[in-house]
Design a protein around this ligand. Structure first.
Ligand SMILES: Nc1ncnc2c1ncn2[C@@H]1O[C@H](COP(=O)(O)OP(=O)(O)OP(=O)(O)O)[C@@H](O)[C@H]1O
Ligand SMILES: Cc1cn([C@H]2C[C@H](O)[C@@H](COP(=O)(O)O)O2)c(=O)[nH]c1=O
Length: 213
């Protein structure tokens, strides 16, 4: 049976990477095979594109070229890492995916979600997330700043109004697809957030065997 494809989304510093690790542990404890991966990246070629996208000055890429590079990295990542894992029955937990392109390049970047979705669908071969968990946190930017010692990457360093527009775009996407996309309160201790994420995945989990006592 095909595994489930789960993506973690949200703005900078909201705890996606921390929760990807914790959620993987929680799912493995249920006996599932879990592959964790990230975007941009997750395959050899996509990691090379990541360095091109996140390094260098703001003007390195036009808005269109940036969106196409994210889509190219994603096509390689899906073909080499995500689809093979799902086909052998593993669960895939991906730190950012298509919705990041819709929110960053499409919403905040001004290209429009329809055009950004279209350039991505070409490379995905129908592989789309079964559930997307958008982490919502008011002080993510401060956490990211502290983690990065005030040296953000090319996109993280964009102005606050760009990141506000990213957050608004994620909320809009969740409103359009409430069955797939769930907004999760990311305030509080990491363990409390992991519990909320597991609750939002409950309907996808295999029924637990109950052994009569
Ligand atoms: N629940 C939490 N409470 C306090 N600090 C946290 C919590 N979760 C994560 N952090 C810390 O906040 C910082 C950002 O977390 P993390 O790197 O997981 O976020 P992220 O969403 O993956 O960020 P980005 O998208 O910018 O890479 C890290 O220093 C992490 O240790
Ligand atoms: C997948 C994807 C990512 N981005 C941006 C979002 C972040 O600023 C960086 C990735 O850094 P992280 O520390 O690994 O979260 O890239 C984007 O603009 N569009 C995308 O599709």
């Amino acid at each position: 049976m095909r595994g489930s494809f789960i993506t973690l989304e949200g703005g900078e510093g909201v705890g996606k990477s921390t929760q990807a690790r914790a959620l993987a542990e929680a799912l493995r404890a249920l006996g599932l095979e879990v592959v964790t991966t990230r975007e941009p990246g997750g395959s050899e070629g996509a990691e090379m594109i990541r360095a091109l996208l996140l390094g260098g000055p703001e003007e390195r890429w036009t808005a269109e070229a940036e969106a196409l590079l994210f889509a190219a990295a994603r096509a390689d990542h899906v073909a080499k890492t995500i689809r093979p894992a799902l086909e052998r029955g593993a669960w895939v937990l991906c730190d950012r995916f298509l919705d990041s392109s819709l929110a960053y390049q499409g919403g905040a970047g001004g290209l429009g979600t329809d055009r950004v979705r279209a350039i991505n669908l070409f490379g995905l071969g129908g592989t789309l997330p079964d559930r997307t968990l958008v982490l919502a946190l008011s002080d993510g930017a401060e956490r990211a700043r502290a983690r990065d010692n005030d040296a953000p990457d090319r996109i993280g360093g964009r102005p606050a109004d760009y990141h506000d527009a990213v957050a608004a775009a994620f909320r809009g996407l969740a409103g359009e697809e409430p069955e797939r996309i769930r907004c999760i309160d990311a305030h509080g201790a990491p363990e409390a957030v992991t519990e909320r994420l597991m609750t939002a995945l409950a309907d996808l989990l295999p029924a637990q065997q109950i052994t009569p006592g």
